[in-house]
Write a protein that binds this ligand. Structure first.
Ligand code: ADP
Ligand code: ADP
Ligand code: ZN
Ligand code: ZN
Length: 802
């Protein structure tokens, strides 16, 4: 029995996922870290059990109708949890914000800035005061009427619509037209209107070409289709639509993402001529504060914005509002994010940046008596910024809250009040609580994979650095805060690019270097047009192939998973189609796909989940009432392969699947590479939306490793250690160094000093973020950069070198 004054959160019999009837007691009002290798069960305990249980109770308390919902969502598999306060999760994996959200909306700083403009802005003579909504491009009251608040307008041109004017209309000159019947219809309508559809496009009269492509008229004519494929077709009334009209209409209104993307290829976009890209209507743009428009202020780095607001002074209302803004910007700045601007859109932020923005926002919310659950808040943070993070977490605790974080960075772990270590390994080899107590106590836990990293016995043995086989040089790099920099990347070795958040690492490596390599080879059709951003390059020809392994999700819907991404699913479906029962019933491979009608469960359309819309609460997913998450209909599930149906195969972990498919070379190879990158604990059908950025990156890497290698490849990785326990980092580094041994070049952007210390070459950017960064502060082998006087990385690197 626990008394109400029992200061512990007590968990009894946790069985969620791989947890093995785990019991754990954690004191409230502490900073507690959860550690363990990937897949050990840390998140299942912190999020899947503790947070989920708090959430369940919250639902129950706010609305009786929620009982029905909880019934559907399911309570976590746990015997009992006592002493649990309400919980707030700052994890962002499952709740990525939309394209219209920005730093300003996530932090709600935009609301305050609008209030300032509404109440205390300088209005033109005679203008009426505007409501604060009128300063938001996301409301009807504020959006620019020309571009509807998008800031850009789309245009098309003859060159885009007709890429090959040597073709006739019948031969497909108008590339933008739809295919199949609709395209043929438009051609026949033009024919009926008296245009020559068999002459090369360039020989047609310019006035006719103009009309065909751009007219807004929609004439209706009687079309007498020519006989095709022996079928007699009856005359019908056909309506003409110009190519521009078709493209614009499809781009704006089509429900199909594929059609929209195709239409976009025939459009060029440019800043809106009315609002100049500010997205706001002219009345709002006429109002200023401290001599600037709201769009100008939203475009400043937060540190600069704070400077402008602090200097503005002003009377009563203005002072109260600016003081509030300054305090809140201060917290964001403290978390190392002062280089961001309010108008920076959420999709361009990393998950670490987003989580820290939410953290800063929470700090001002003034809640107490709450458990905050965070997922690796140090992701994307330079060690120099980790101190500030710890200070902010400390403030949340001082305010009377409990802070639970899943973490891999030992500097954070050492500073925690309490440590819960889960393991010893992943999946079925984990799921036990090995230690729950002050961090020092872990020293005596022999089983723990974390122990040797928290208490290292000896510095790593010094390693001979490799000599480069050549150099790739970029001169005059100009982009974002990187201004007129020359950069040199050694080939055939492992390079780490370091620097505080916002110093320009992703700009230099992810955009300019990657863009230089893509540009030289001609962008593939599905790639975005490369960023150029440099004056001159040398040595690009030595690289045959660029492989960028980033942390973007492998898919945005629960329909993608690692089996679909790696191609393993194709192999598996063919195996199922080849079973005697499938052949007898005429089931082909497609029958075993949950993405198409036939084999899938139609209630959930193969998702396994149905979305439950809630009044006042974020909508949530509940298991499908018909297939209970299996995704398939019962007939399909009757087909088994050595005792398992297709849903059961998708439920296997990579590790068990490797055993199950050991005799199928095509499957065994991709499963082997997934094991090599430490993903043995993932289930084949785990939806892409449940994978972390780090897991997505390792899946991409595995898919890449299984490909045949030819020529000189340059691999670019952005913080590959995110989400990885130091023991997993060792496994990954062996893989990456293996690529270098095989003659490739590896360039990683990285904060983990163990990785940087093990590199052959280091490029340190900085010294600060935003305008205070963007220069190459130091470059050379790790031992040399560790001594560089101006570098904020040097001290941490020195410590890691031992
Ligand atoms: P960690 O946080 O330590 O990386 P997790 O708690 O995410 O580990 O995962 C622990 C185990 O539970 C792994 O074997 C993982 O594959 C499994 N698992 C995770 N999520 C689910 C899920 N939604 N359904 C079933 N198993 C899961
Ligand atoms: P790092 O990778 O070192 O954290 P970044 O290259 O992301 O740094 O950012 C360097 C600078 O460029 C920062 O001031 C940042 O705000 C700016 N920046 C980065 N991406 C964009 C973008 N898409 N639009 C505008 N500014 C950007
Ligand atoms: Zn506009
Ligand atoms: Zn279903």
């Amino acid at each position: 029995m626990t008394s109400p004054h029992d200061p512990y959160v007590r968990v009894r019999g946790a069985r969620e996922h791989n947890l093995r009837n785990a019991d754990v007691d954690i004191p409230r009002d502490t900073l507690t870290v959860f550690t363990g290798v990937s897949g050990s069960g840390k998140s299942s305990l912190a999020f899947g059990t503790i947070y989920a249980e708090a959430q369940r109770r919250y639902f129950e308390s706010v609305a009786p109708y929620a009982r029905r919902l909880i019934h559907q969502v399911g309570a976590p598999a746990v015997g009992e949890v006592t002493g649990l306060p309400p919980a707030v999760s700052l994890e962002q994996r499952r709740s990525a914000p939309g394209a219209r959200s920005s730093v300003g909306t996530v932090t709600t700083l935009s609301n305050s800035l609008r209030m300032l403009f509404s109440r205390a802005g300088d209005y033109p003579e005679g203008a009426e005061r505007l409501d604060s909504d009128a300063f938001s491009p996301n409301t009807a009251a504020g959006a620019c009427p020309r571009c509807h608040g998008l800031g850009r307008v789309h245009r098309t041109s003859e060159e885009l619509l007709v890429p090959d004017p040597g073709l006739s209309i019948r031969e497909g000159a108008i590339a933008a037209w739809p295919g199949a019947w609709q395209g043929k219809n438009l051609r026949d309508v033009l024919d009926a209107l008296g245009h020559d559809v068999d002459r090369p496009w360039r020989e047609l009269d310019p006035a006719d070409r103009e009309w065909i492509l751009f007219t807004d008229e929609q004439p209706v004519v009687t079309v007498h289709p020519v006989r095709e494929a022996g079928r007699i077709q009856r005359p019908y009334q056909g309506t003409y639509m110009s190519a521009r009209r078709y493209v614009m209409h499809t781009f704006a209104d089509s429900k199909s993402a594929t059609l929209r993307a195709k239409a976009e290829r025939f459009l060029s976009s440019e800043p809106c001529p009315v609002c100049g890209g500010s997205r706001l209507r002219p009345e709002a743009m006429a109002v200023t504060f401290a001599g600037r428009t709201i769009a100008e202020l939203a475009g400043l780095a937060l540190t600069e914005l704070a400077g402008v607001l602090a200097a503005a002074g002003g009377d009563g209302t203005a002072r109260v509002l600016t003081a509030d803004l300054l305090a809140r910007i201060g917290t964001v700045n403290e978390l190392g994010l002062g280089y961001l601007s309010l108008d920076r859109t959420a999709p361009t932020l990393s998950s670490g940046e987003l989580q820290r923005l939410r953290l800063a926002t929470q700090l001002r919310a003034g809640l107490f008596g709450v458990v905050y659950v965070l997922d690796e808040p140090s992701a994307g943070l330079h060690p120099a910024d980790t101190e500030a993070l710890l200070a902010v977490l400390g403030r949340l605790k001082e305010a009377g809250n409990t802070v639970f974080v899943v973490e891999h960075q030992m500097d954070v772990v050492r500073r925690a009040d309490w440590l819960v270590d889960v393991g010893p390994l992943a999946g079925e080899h984990g799921g036990r609580v090995l230690h729950s107590g002050p961090p020092a106590g872990l020293a005596g836990v022999a089983d723990s994979a974390t122990r040797r990293f928290l208490f290292p016995d000896a510095p790593p043995a010094p390693r001979e650095v490799r000599a480069p086989s050549g150099w790739l040089r970029l001169f005059g790099v100009e982009r974002h805060n990187v201004r007129g920099v020359d950069a040199a990347f050694p080939l055939g070795v492992f390079t780490a690019v370091t620097g505080v958040s916002g110093s320009g690492k992703s700009t230099l490596v992810g955009q300019v270097l990657a863009g230089a390599l893509v540009d030289r080879r001609g962008a593939a059709e599905d790639q975005e047009r490369p960023v150029i951003g440099y004056a001159r390059a040398e040595g690009l020809e030595a690289v045959d192939r660029l492989v960028q392994v980033d942390q973007r999700p492998i898919g945005r819907t629960p329909r993608s998973n690692l089996a679909t991404y790696t191609g393993l699913f194709d192999v598996v479906r063919k195996l199922f189609a080849a079973t005697p029962l499938a052949r007898e019933r005429g089931y082909r491979a497609g029958r075993f796909s949950f993405n198409v009608t036939g084999g899938r469960c139609e209630t959930c359309q193969g998702e396994g989940f149905v979305s439950v819309e809630l009044l006042f609460l974020p909508s949530t997913y509940a298991p499908c009432p018909d297939c209970h998450g299996a995704r398939y209909n019962p007939e399909t599930l009757e087909v088994t392969l050595r005792g398992l149906d297709i849903a059961q195969v998708l439920d296997l972990t990579v590790e068990s699947a490797a055993g199950f498919f050991a005799e199928t070379p095509a499957a065994a190879r991709s499963l082997g590479t997934l094991l090599d990158v430490g993903l043995g604990y993932l289930r084949l059908g785990q939806p892409a939306t449940e994978l972390s950025g780090g897991e997505a990156q390792r899946i991409k890497l595995a898919a890449e490793l299984q490909r045949a290698r030819r020529g000189h490849t340059l691999y670019l990785l952005d913080e590959p250690t995110t989400g990885l326990h130091p023991a997993d980092v060792e496994v990954l580094m062996r893989q990456l160094h293996g690529l270098v041994e095989a003659g490739s070049t590896v360039v990683v952007v990285e904060h983990d000093m163990a990785v940087v210390a093990g590199a052959d070459w280091v490029i340190d950017l900085g010294p600060g973020g935003g305008d205070r960064g963007g220069r190459v502060v130091a470059e050379g082998p790790p031992v040399a950069v560790a001594e560089a006087p101006e570098s904020r990385t040097a001290g941490y690197l020195r410590a890691a070198l031992g």
